[in-house]
Structures are given as C-alpha cells and as structure tokens.
Design a protein around this ligand. Structure first.
Ligand code: SAT
Ligand code: MN
Length: 606
C-alpha cells in the first residue's frame, strides 16, 4: 500500500486486518478535504455518477441519483450488536455480535477486489476540542468519501487529534456490496466501537459519522462518560436587550430542524434587533461544564438537509448555503439550465429529469423530486453560521425544545415543570412518520427525544441516564419546552404559520428563562398567558390562537394508553420517576389512576 500517513500501531493493525478481508484493488487515503474532495468529484463525473451543474448558477456543485431502492434510512435493517440482547432494549433490532460479524464477513470477503478502498479519517467535533472524537470509515464508495469531506472534518486534522498512541477511535467499514436490499445491514457494535454498513449508499446508512457514530455509538460513549449525544439542532438567539441564548431542539427527521436552525426573523423582529445564528442542524453533543451549565458542540461540519420545501421564502439561509459546492441527491434536474429542482423550490420548468434520471414532462403528476431528496454542504457556507460554532468548549444552553409533528392534541408550546418532568415530556414525544425513514408516512409513532432510531442501548437506561445527568448536584440544567408547529384545524389547515414566525414562540421561552413573564399552570405543563405571546402583525384569528393552545382530555386518552404501553415495554428498566410523571399527568388530565404505584418524591420546580 505504500507508506501510511500514520505511526499509530493500533490503527495500522486494524487497517491491515481490514485490507486482508476486503482485498481492495487499490487503497487511497483521504487526507486533504479540499484536494481529495475535488479529485473524488472529478472521478464521479467521469464515471457518470455525478452530473456537473451549471457553473455560473451552481458553481462546483453536482447532481447525483441513487439506486431507486436506496433512498432513506432502513430502520428494519439497522442493528445494535451488543453481547446481551436485553441491553439493546425493545426499540432496537439486535444481533449477536459474533454471529453478526460472521455474516458480515461473508459479505465483505474480497468484496473490493475490483474496487478502490478509500480510508477516510474523520473528526467529530471542533478541532482542538477535548470533547471531539475520531472515526475511520473504510469505504468503496467515492460518493460516500466525497460526502464525508463535506459532513465531517476529514484527513490530517483527525489523525493529529488521534495521535500515535491512542486506540480511542471508531472503526467503520462500509461497502456498497451488491446493493441487494435484502442483505442490507447497518450494524453497530457499541462494546467495541465498531460500525459496519453494507449494501446501501444512502446518507443516513452510509455516511457513518452521522447517525451511526454521532448518535448510536456516541450515545453509548455518552452513557459511559456522563454526557448526552442527541438528535438536536443548536441555535443562538440574540435579543434586542442584548442577551444571547443558545437553544437545542430535538425533532424527528424531516420535521424542520434545518429551518429552525437557520430561522430568519420576521421583519419587525429584525428591525427590533433580534438575531438568529446557526450552530448545528441535526446533532448536539452536550456536557455539563465547569460552571454547572449544559454546553453543546456540533459534532458535524456539514448539513445533509431535506431539499423538499426549501425555498427563498421558507429558508433563505439554506438557499444561500447550497448555492455552491453542494451535492444534490435525488432531486430532479432541469436539463435546459443544468440546475437542480425539488418540490417547493419554485415553479417547475416544463421539462425535467426526475430523481430516477428519467426525462419527464414536468406537468405530468409523476414524482419528480424524491420526498427525501437531500443536499450535502459544508456548514461554514451558511450565512447565519454562529461565530462560536467551532468553539472547542461549545456553547452554553439556556433551553431545550422537544417537538413533534402532530395534527391534533399537542399545543403550540408548553413548558415543563422541572428537569424530571421535562425528561418525561421528551420520553413521551410523539410524531407523524416522515419520508426520512422507510415506512408509512403520516402514521403517528412514539419517538422518545426524537431518538428512537438512534439510541445505541436500552431505552429505559437512556431515560435513566437523562435523569442522572440532570440530577447531578452541580448541574444547573436548562428548562425544557415542548412545541408543535404542525397543529391543524378541522379543515386540515395548519393553525400556525411556522418558519420565521416561530421566533415569537422562542421569544416567550427566552422571557421564561429570563424570568420576565409568568405562566399558567395546565395539565401538560406551563402555558403562556395569551397576552405574552406576541401575535402582532400575524394574520391569524383569535379563535385559531385558542385552538392552538386547547388541551382536550378527550384527545389524550389514546395517547396516555400508548405512553403506558411504551413504558411497560421497558420492564424494570423504566425509571420509576418516568412512571410517576406519567401517573401525575393522567391525574392532571382527570383520568382515574389507582393511586400512585410509584412513590417518587416531589421535585423542585425550575
Ligand atoms: O438520513 S439521515 O439519518 O442522515 C437524516 C435523518 O433522517 O435525520
Ligand atoms: Mn436527523
């Protein structure tokens, strides 16, 4: 292979062991995120996998269409391979690690004989940060190697962070194999910090820095080391009275995290002095700092965002971000101008190449851009990027938001009573399924902390870990809120305008954090007094505002039953405090409870 760019013996040994399994025709280290990225893109154009976009409209950008059977995360093919099945818990698919390895090795044996293997060293988190972590992805996909150059900090920076003696790195192998969806495996070995994904080339399955490392493996590291790895955006909000608050928000995939992270204040807010800046759009690593506050870093360096619905109107910062140096996957293509097109971007041109690379008449009703079409781009290109987004110690968090996509029942905003109650609110998060994962879009599912597909261990232990982190005597935890931007009226129309106007809701949260407004106690949590939610200039009727905040116990019966079902499925690994909060909620909503089976002391409110 020629000389290796590392003197780390543990790393060299693992790489040579992997090479003897994979038997690649050639091996190429990705060491320079700019030069190597450019070379990979050139190669992908030569092989016909990339179409170069119009250089004057989308400089240095490319269009890529995937295998039509490989367009989203495959949760039923995603496995946690830990020794004891019980440790994976009821929300994960489990495989015995020894058996899984045997099966994967059969798929991987000599799989790269006619392919080039890319060795991608990558760093998750800012350079020079004590919280950042190193991973390696050995992949036979140039598309994956190129995407990793945008999504993570690749190359020398990762090797330097690792140093010569450390064995603390995540070992990842990825192969497109034969692309047989039936033998698709996204496997995680949390005990040995390994990832193997085969037969998929889709972002969430194949870009291992993202969900595989930064959430599934990292959640286990976080449990062992006393921190939190979460499916959250991080946004900085500056008020006209010159305070700055960083807020984390957990939403399931494709529920608007990128839009919230890049929010543009409505004109009156901008004029008043409000400013919103972006730190992360998908993942946050959180630790308690020396001052007892919770501090967050973004482990990623890029955005893998949903194209559908992204427009100058809904997210101008995203549009500016993806105007150059971007990979577009499974959007449609306007062949006259060589520019990408997706639903909600603008009026479609008359002729388009669909995401399946088929020449279509745009007026036909065919799906032209896949609903899970994505853009891949460096975060540094975002006009709203926060000046501290790469700060090694992270940014201090004032509030955590949990949000679902729910047409009914859940109000626009409420505040939890305490860290414990907030943990329960996150634990019982519920949302309609989106196109980001395979499954029936629109179906309601429980998605604890928006992490259901991303927790690398037992859900009950995960809830316990949240309670433990926030319960530490030196912790001064942020307040936890719940939002629902997606409530609809009887006619199926959204009640709340969303997007930039969500800043109105954030303003209320900040005022709560700063203790400058009171709130009204309600069964779910604390609600705003309506006079405290700024609706000035909004085209919204008073009755819609009331409908947004309605809590109808009749709408909560099924929900409470399904909460109980989830908690029961955790057996004795469900912390009693979570059961206790469930029973208290039931009581507050006026449902009969057979006393409290869980004697848990009252917790101090915020
Ligand atoms: O497909 S990804 O997992 O990378 C994005 C998402 O679903 O949140
Ligand atoms: Mn996500």
């Amino acid at each position: 292979m020629g000389s290796e760019p590392t003197s780390n013996k543990v790393l060299s040994a693992w790489i040579s062991e992997s090479l003897s399994l994979l038997k690649p025709r050639a091996t190429k280290w990705i060491l320079d995120p700019d030069k190597d990225y450019a070379a990979l893109c050139k190669l992908l154009v030569e092989t016909g996998e990339f179409t170069k976009l119009n250089e004057s409209e989308y400089p240095n950008s490319f269009w890529y269409t995937s295998d039509p059977l490989d367009v989203a995360r495959v949760e039923d093919r995603t496995f946690i391979c830990c020794k004891a099945k019980d440790d994976a818990g009821p929300t994960n698919n489990w495989l015995d690690p020894v058996k899984a390895k045997r099966q994967l090795n059969e798929i991987l044996a000599e799989v790269m004989v006619d392919r080039t293997l890319y060795v991608v060293p990558y760093l998750m988190g800012p350079a020079g940060s004590a919280f950042s972590k190193v991973g390696f992805e050995l992949t036979d996909s140039a598309y994956v190697a190129a995407s990793m150059c945008l999504m993570t900090r690749v190359g020398k920076v990762a090797l330097d962070h690792l140093g010569d003696d450390s064995s603390d790195f995540v070992r990842g192998i990825h192969s497109t194999g034969s692309m047989d969806p039936g033998s698709r495996y996204i496997c995680h070995f949390p005990e040995t910090r390994e990832i193997v994904s085969v037969n998929s080339n889709y972002g969430g399955n194949a870009l291992q820095g993202k969900k595989c490392f930064a959430l599934r493996i990292a959640s286990c590291q976080a449990r062992d080391e006393g921190w939190l790895a979460e499916h959250m955006l991080i946004v900085g909000v500056t008020t006209p009275w010159k305070t700055k608050h960083y807020i984390c928000a957990a939403f399931p995939s494709a529920c608007g995290k990128t839009n919230l992270a890049m929010l543009v204040p409505p004109p009156a807010y901008r004029e008043a002095g409000w400013k919103v800046e972006t730190v992360a759009d998908d993942i946050a690593w959180l630790r308690i700092g020396k001052d007892g506050r919770l501090w967050a870093t973004n482990p990623e360096a890029g955005f893998f965002g949903v194209a559908a619905g992204t427009s100058q109107k809904t997210n101008p910062n995203a549009i500016a971000t993806i105007s150059k140096n971007t990979i577009f996957t499974n959007t449609a293509l306007d062949p006259e101008r060589d520019i990408p097109w997706w639903d909600g971007k603008c009026e479609g041109p008359k002729r388009l190449f669909s995401w399946k690379n088929v020449d279509c008449n745009a007026e036909s009703d065919k799906v032209l851009s896949h609903p899970n079409a994505r853009f891949t781009v460096r975060a540094s290109q975002c006009p709203s990027i926060d000046p501290h987004w790469e700060s090694p110690e992270g940014v201090p968090i004032s509030a955590i938001i949990f949000g679902g996509r729910r047409s009914s029942a859940a109000p626009l905003i409420y505040e939890s009573f305490s860290w414990r109650h907030g943990t329960f609110v996150g634990a019982t998060l519920c949302s309609e399924l989106t196109a980001a994962a395979e499954g029936q879009v629109g179906k309601l599912r429980r998605d604890p902390m928006a992490m259901k597909p991303f927790i690398g261990y037992h859900l009950g232990d995960y809830f316990g870990h949240w309670l433990k982190v926030g319960g530490s005597p030196r912790a001064h935890m942020p307040r936890i809120f719940h939002v629902n931007w997606f409530r609809k009226d009887g006619q199926g129309k959204f009640l709340w305008p969303g997007f930039g106007e969500n800043l109105r809701v954030i303003e209320w949260m900040i005022r709560r954090v700063e203790n400058s407004v009171k709130a009204l106690e309600a069964p779910l949590g604390m609600l705003p007094y309506l006079t405290d939610l700024n609706a000035l200039g909004l085209d919204i009727e008073a009755k819609s505002i009331l409908a947004l905040f309605k809590i109808d116990p009749a709408e909560w019966g099924d929900d409470l039953a399904s909460q109980g079902e989830l908690l029961r499925s955790l057996g004795d690994r469900c912390p009693p405090a979570i059961w206790y909060e469930h029973e208290q909620l039931k009581k507050r909503l006026g449902f009969n409870t057979v006393g409290s089976r869980h004697a848990v002391p009252k917790e101090k409110r915020y």
